[in-house]
Each structure stands twice: as C-alpha cells, then as structure tokens.
Ligand binder design. Structure first.
Ligand code: MCA
Ligand code: AMP
Length: 504
C-alpha cells in the first residue's frame, strides 16, 4: 500500500545516518533519529483514534519535534493543521470550531486558555513545548519504533492552512498530497537542490513558505537544514558560513543588510538566496547584489496554490519581477470583472491552474466556486502583467490585503473588531510603507457623535482578540472617512495621508 507523499519524500535514496537537522545550540540530529521520532508520534496519534482524514491542529513553537508532528501526520494519513503561534485563544477557537480536529496540540503555557477551546469542540488537548517536553513526547517515548505507513492517494488531503479573507472570515485551504508533492518536485528541480545542500531555515513552520517550500524540498532532495527557532540576525550571521542556501521573506534580507558583519566574504560560498511571501523592493535586490555579489531569486506563491512562479536559477533574475510560471503551472492575466484573458503586457488579475492548486475551502463550497473560473483557473486576487520575455510582475492587489513581514493581514478582520468598540461609528484599516515589515498596519477611527475616543484604550481592548502582528501600529481619529460618489471608502486617500507614518 502506498502513500503518495510520504513514499516520495521519505523512502528513497537518503543516507539515514547523515546529519539532517543542526540546531541553534549546535546539536545535530540524523535523518534516522528524525524519522524514528516521527513514526513514534504517528503511533501515538493513531492509538488515540486519529484516523486517516481526521485533522490534527498544532499551535506550537518551531522545534525538531514540531516538524516531526507534520511528518507523523503525513505517514498516518492525518490532515495537518498548523496555526500561527501569535494567534490568541479566541482566534484558535474559530479554527478548531471550523476544522474540528481530533487533537489540539499546544504549548503547556497555553493550556489554561486552550483547554476550554478543545473541550468546546470535542478535541483532545496535548502539549508540546519548545524544548520538546510535554504530553505528546512523553507518550511518544513509550511508543514502538517503525510505523506502518497508511495508504494515501494523490488527491487525499494532507493539510489545511487557514487564510483570511476579504469578508474577515478565515477559510481553510484544503491541500492534497499531490498539491504538495508536485510543487516540491518542481521547485527542487528548478532551484537545483541536491543532497549536498544545507538550507539555513529561520522561517516559521506554520505557513507554506517555511513548512512546504523549505522543508519538503529538503526532504525530497535529501538536503539537510540548520533549523533555527526564529530569525535573529546575529544567529543567521553565525550559521551562514555552514549553509549553502537560504530562504526568507524580504524583511530577512533588509535586516541582514543592516548588519555590518553581513559581508561578501561571509556568503561567498553560498549557492542560492530565495525571497518570497511579499514583494522584494528593487532597491533591496540591488543593495543585496552590491553587498554580496549574489542576486536574490524571487518567487511568488499563495497558501492556496503553493508556488506559482520563480525567477530562473541559471537565467537572468529580474528585480521587481517574480519570474516565469513554474513547469506544470498555467498562468494567465485576465480582466477581473469579465474573466476575459488579456493580451500579453496588459495589467489584470493573475489566474493559475495546475497540480499545485488546492482542492477548495473547507466547508465553503460557494466561496470556493466564486474563486475559480469555469475552466479551472484559480483567481489569485493579485494584479500583474507579463512582459515580452514572459517574466511576471505583480503590480498590485485586487484584494484588500496587507502583507507585513510576510504575514497576511486582512483589514476587514480588524475593522470588524474596531467597529465593535464603544463609541466607534466606523473604521478603516490600511497598510502603509514600513521600513522593517514592508507594510505596517494603520487604523482610522470615526467616533460616534459627541464621543471622544481614546486610541490607547481601544488598542488594549482589542489586544486579547487578535494576534499582535495584526494590531494597528498607529490609530488615528477622523471626523469622517473619505468616500467616493458611490459611498465606497477611498483607502488610497488614507494610504497617501499616512504614507510617511513609519518613515525613519
Ligand atoms: C512580529 N511583529 C510583527 C511581525 N512580526 N508586526 C508586524 N508584522 C510582522 N510580520 C511584531 C511583534 O508582535 C512584536 O510587537 C514586534 O513586532 C517584535 O516581535 P518579534 O517576535 O521579536 O518579531 P521578529 O522576530 O522580529 O519577527 C519578524 C519576522 C517574522 C522575523 C519578520 O514576522 C517572520 O518570521 N515573518 C515570516 C512570515 C512568513 O513566514 N510568511 C510566509 C507566509 P510588539 O513589540 O509591539 O509586541 S506563506 C506565504 O505568504 C505564501 C504562500 C508565500 O508566497 O510564501
Ligand atoms: P498567503 O495568503 O499568506 O499565502 O499570501 C499570498 C500572497 O502573498 C499572494 O497572493 C501575494 O499577494 C503575496 N506574495 C507572495 N509572494 C510574493 C512576491 N514574491 N511578490 C509579491 N507578492 C507576493
């Protein structure tokens, strides 16, 4: 019996006794140790009655054990549902209520807040702490080695990743085994990953970039990773000499460029730097090349589609573009309203089709249908154009979305919370240029008649409800919001007004 994803990622070729993960404290774990632990976790979850097709939700710090939970789910045919560690208990409550996982895995420190969440939705709560301790590993340590991999086909679901929407309600993107495998294969080839590669991994593992793009490529290629809990510039500088490749969001690159110790000599041996999840400014691309002699390879993807395009490995990496559609991915630029495909060079909404594109949103057939064309193309909501050489350029977004430090923030979600505050008549949330995060969140409030609003009190009041990174970094009071003749809020006017808010 075969398991489409597990067999491709984990059965062939690799020397099991070679180092797989190097940790921040210098400890090294072999591939054998990693896979044995993953198999023991697979035993634990299946013995608890979690069956193929069931969900397992995790909100835990990045660690080798946390990565093993993902692999255990693949091996046991269980749908893996990772959650940003910054989410508050009330955000987690929504995801658990929607996806109804059999197990909710969290840090022991979050247990008091998440116990009621798990109980309310019939999930069993287990713990996994940053140092690997907790009830999950206590049980796994007693479990046998070796696990009979569960049969799974290419269209079986492997993961749910929640992505917010313009309505403010998060949607669970259902990703199949082949969505993940086909993309890992395309990228491994395109970026020429091999068993000799060592990836410097400082991204979180609860999103596509750090989890699927980075880890699946390493699994497939037989490469190893320097696996750091988070991005810290000094740690990156200490480990870069031992790596061959690095992946990051643009903030990683601007922060590295701020370091005097980030020199050409430090990275002269490096093979590849990849950037994605948010636009890389042309000036960062240019400054990076001037400092290091390397051209960053920029690519473009989405939670729903994995990676769609990439600049070439061997050919010209064009600053300000996201490169060509990946092999197997069909990409076109269409009129957002009519869906009519536009001639080359024109600006429109980017639509994609291919084995990388997800199966739909969990429990939301209407929402899924709205975002696909009749011929199977997925409407990304990104606005772009293709130049005469086939390079794709993203020029804007048809969706009201802010990307801050690589995290997506949907203004609607924050506006709904602000509007609930006492004395608030209405609100608008915008993203404006931020030197560190690319975009920073700004909120504009209109008070009800005769009310004096206190922005600090409002920020404190919404704090327990949404993740810190989504909270406005500045709040302003206006008598009214600028509107066009149709009554629609002119966010561009607000963006212009506050464009220098975070300027240094
Ligand atoms: C942290 N803070 C942020 C962000 N991160 N604020 C806005 N945007 C952010 N991204 C806030 C914290 O709440 C805190 O606020 C303060 O900044 C410092 O927090 P700290 O934890 O020290 O932050 P950091 O370690 O400096 O983190 C910044 C970071 C991190 C390294 C850029 O956000 C990060 O790792 N981002 C990567 C995101 C990612 O993996 N995206 C891929 C999504 P205060 O001080 O006020 O309490 S996948 C995707 O988009 C698609 C598929 C794709 O194409 O890849
Ligand atoms: P997410 O929903 O977190 O998967 O974020 C996907 C969105 O990130 C895309 O729809 C784009 O708007 C944006 N994105 C990803 N990579 C890039 C890139 N290289 N340049 C510009 N935007 C990007």
């Amino acid at each position: 019996m075969s398991n489409h994803l597990y067999d491709a990622l984990f059965l062939p070729h690799r020397d099991r006794d070679a180092p797989f993960l190097t940790l921040a404290d210098g400890r090294v774990e072999t591939f054998r140790d990693f896979l044995d632990r993953s198999a023991r976790i697979a035993h634990v979850i299946t013995q608890l009655g979690v069956a193929p097709g069931d969900r397992l939700a995790v909100q835990v710090a990045k660690s080798p054990e946390a990565l093993s939970v993902y692999v255990a789910c693949v091996q046991a045919g269980v749908i893996f549902l990772p959650l940003n560690t910054a989410y508050t208990a009330s955000e987690v409550d929504y995801f658990v209520g929607d996806a109804t996982p059999k197990i909710l895995l969290c840090d022991q420190k979050a247990q008091p807040a998440l116990d009621p969440v798990a109980k309310a939705h019939g999930a069993r709560l287990m713990t996994l702490n940053a140092d690997g301790s907790g009830s999950l590993m206590a049980a796994a340590d007693q479990a046998p080695n070796g696990f009979k991999t569960r049969a799974r086909g290419r269209d079986d679901l492997a993961a749910f990743l929640y992505t917010s929407g313009t309505t403010g309600r998060s949607k669970g993107a259902m990703l199949t085994q082949d969505n993940l495998l086909s993309n890992a294969r395309a990228l491994t080839d395109y970026w020429q990953f091999t068993g000799a590669d060592v990836l410097l991994h400082a991204l979180p593992i609860f999103h596509t970039h750090g989890l699927f793009v980075a880890s699946n490529i390493c699994f497939l290629a037989g490469a190893s990773m320097i696996f750091l809990p988070s991005f810290k510039a000094d740690q990156m500088i200490a480990f870069l000499p031992h790596a061959t490749t690095m992946m990051g969001v643009p903030t990683f690159y601007t922060r590295l460029l701020d370091e005097a110790a980030f020199t050409k000599d430090l990275v002269s041996h490096m093979r590849l730097f990849v950037s994605g999840s948010a636009p890389l400014l042309e000036e960062t691309h240019i400054a990076f090349e001037a400092r290091t002699g390397h051209r960053i390879l920029e690519r473009y993807g989405m939670t729903e589609t994995n990676m769609n395009t990439s600049n070439p490995y061997d050919g010209e990496r064009r600053a300000g573009t996201v490169g060509f559609p990946l092999p197997g991915v069909d990409l076109r630029v269409a009129d957002a309203e009519t869906g009519k495909v536009l001639p080359q060079g024109e600006i429109g909404v980017i639509e994609v089709r291919g084995p990388n594109v997800f199966k739909g949103y969990w429990n939301m057939p209407e929402k899924t249908a709205e975002e696909f064309r009749a011929d199977g193309y997925f409407i990304t909501g990104d606005v772009g154009q293709m130049d005469d050489r086939g390079y794709v350029r993203i020029v804007g977004r048809a969706k009201d979305l802010i990307i801050s430090g690589g995290y997506n923030i949907y203004p609607k979600e924050i506006e709904l919370l602000l509007d609930e505050e006492d004395g608030v008549l209405e609100s608008a949330v915008i993203g404006v240029p931020h030197p560190d995060f690319g975009e920073g969140v700004v909120g504009v409030l209109v008070p009800q008649k005769g009310v004096t609003l206190d922005p600090d009190a409002i920020l404190s009041s919404i704090a327990p409800k949404i993740a810190r990174f989504k909270q406005p970094k500045a709040l302003f009071i206006h008598d009214e919001l600028p509107r066009n003749t149709m009554g629609k809020v002119q966010k561009n006017v607000l963006r212009d007004k506050y464009k220098d808010q975070f300027k240094i």
